[in-house]
Design a protein around this ligand. Structure first.
Ligand SMILES: [Ca+2]
Ligand SMILES: [Ca+2]
Ligand SMILES: [Ca+2]
Length: 211
């Protein structure tokens, strides 16, 4: 019983800490649409915080394309989808980079980088993903910032699939191949994965076995 209370308290601390650090996440990326990619690629960001998040001045870069400059506010626990290298009418939840200076994301390898400034360096990079191969642009900045590990990368996925963030951690294992992409919706993995990621679940199992 005491152990149960301890575990619950630890879980509460983990959940509280993850909320306290909550911010804007790169939550899903579709870089290779089924068939022709043009007009079909997108990057989803998720506001994991408890209050709305002002993205104004943040800049998003992907696979040799230009930098998309945000002027959006994302509501708490909501997504914004950036439609890459395509035109459209912006709404609070869907924005379009336009075509000037942008190109489609790489299908065999590439990266997505989010900066909180118009200056692009290790002290301003706040989100990063590289797929298909390591050594992509901004890898070393992301490594210095502690949000990625140099040499690590997420395996590429087949056309029509997306890469989806599982909700915690900065390793490639924090991403999964999503065969049913969900632009605009994000449900982080269950508490079980939070426990696994935090190392609490193995601890609990060890303690139980010791009993
Ligand atoms: Ca394609
Ligand atoms: Ca592509
Ligand atoms: Ca999604």
């Amino acid at each position: 019983m005491k152990l149960k209370i301890k575990v619950l308290m630890m879980l509460a601390i983990v959940l509280f800490c993850s909320k306290a650090q909550a911010n804007i996440l790169i939550s899903e990326v579709l870089y290779d649409a089924e068939g022709i990619d043009t007009d079909e690629e997108w990057i989803e960001l998720y506001n994991d915080g408890l209050t709305s998040f002002n993205l104004s001045g943040y800049e998003l870069n992907a696979s040799s394309g230009g930098y998309y400059v945000f002027s959006s506010i994302v509501e708490a626990k909501k997504c914004i989808v950036v439609h890459w290298n395509t035109e459209g009418t912006d709404t609070p939840i869907d924005v379009y980079t336009g075509l000037t200076g942008f190109s489609n994301m790489g299908n065999t390898s590439g990266w997505v980088a989010l900066f909180d400034s118009s200056e692009h360096k290790s002290s301003t990079i706040v989100g990063y993903l590289e797929y298909g191969n390591s050594g992509q642009t901004w890898e070393s900045a992301a490594d210095s910032a502690g949000i990625w590990t140099a040499g690590d990368y997420v395996n590429g996925v087949e056309g029509g699939h997306s890469l989806e963030y599982l909700g915690s951690g900065n390793l490639s294992s924090a991403w999964r191949d999503q065969s049913v992409p969900t632009p605009g919706d994000y449900i982080p993995e269950s508490t079980t994965l939070v426990l696994l990621g935090s190392g609490l679940l193995p601890l609990l199992i060890i303690r139980k076995n010791k009993k």
